[in-house]
Design a protein around this ligand. Structure first.
Ligand code: F6R
Length: 243
């Protein structure tokens, strides 16, 4: 039996509102919460609501800490394609958080396995109160593609040809797309006390169905969330159309 609590919304706007309600409840109960954050297009609406609320005198992030899921290898934090840059641009620079309390893997570390070990040690000192996730059309979460072991920790991944092609639109040419990334593993993701996974649009419908109703299998990385005791999936009608 799936433990995942599913909330279906009429559209992306309502999805973002509901996601903000979940996030706000975590933060009201615990002003020094640790937030696990994701990049990608899906959480942007949630981040905009967090920014709007903070600017209007709502929740303060002064005591909040964040950890992110993943980062490209080879991009400096100032590169506008890096996930560090994405997070600053889409959230962190616009709320009252101390940037020293925000964490993401270092994609330009000289020793990548050592960087992964550093990140896992950091995660164990910063237990997440909530982890925000998007989902890939193939069921990936973070850069954990189908076939990634459920017990994986932070690791280096070779991006698949498909992911490189999908991401090429953000770069000057396909040759500029990084070939590797650092990603939190599935075990690390499952350690968060609460998971908030967001899915929008028809291209996610199959992945959402398999995540909620399918077999728990490494072929669908997000299906592991069925084993999480406190997972909320918010999907708009298109993403939830097969449920
Ligand atoms: C983001 C991440 C990815 C995305 C996923 C969905 O940090 O790790 O797994 O969550 O690819 O991306 P969008 O939201 O752009 O559809």
């Amino acid at each position: 039996m799936s433990n995942i609590k599913v909330i279906i919304t009429k559209d992306y706007e309502e999805l973002s509102e509901k996601a903000f309600e979940v996030m706000a409840e975590v933060l009201r109960n615990k002003p020094d919460a640790v937030l696990g954050l994701a990049t990608g297009s899906t959480p942007i609406g949630l981040y905009q609501k967090m920014i709007e609320d903070c600017k209007n005198g709502g929740i303060s992030y002064k005591k909040v800490k964040t950890v992110n899921l993943d980062e490209y290898v080879g991009l400096t934090p100032n590169n506008d394609q890096s996930y560090r840059y994405f997070m600053r641009h889409n959230l962190l620079d616009h709320i009252d958080i101390d940037l020293n309390n925000t964490n993401i893997e270092n994609g330009v570390a000289a020793d990548l396995p050592a960087e992964c070990a550093r990140y896992d040690a950091l995660l164990s000192t910063l237990p997440r109160d909530v982890q925000v996730l998007g989902i890939g059309a193939n069921g990936h979460i973070a850069f954990n593609e189908p076939g990634t072991p459920f017990d994986s920790q932070t690791h280096v991944v070779d991006l698949t040809e498909n992911t490189i092609q999908m991401n090429a639109r953000f770069f000057a040419s396909e040759a500029d797309v990084p070939r590797k990334a650092l990603t939190m593993g599935l075990k690390g993701i499952m350690e968060a006390k609460k998971i908030l996974i967001l899915a929008s649009g028809a291209s996610k419908a199959d992945a959402v169905f398999k995540t909620v109703r399918g077999e728990v299998t490494e072929e669908v990385p997000a299906s592991i969330l069925q084993n999480h005791p406190n997972c909320v999936l918010i999907a708009d009608e298109e993403a939830a159309s097969l449920l």
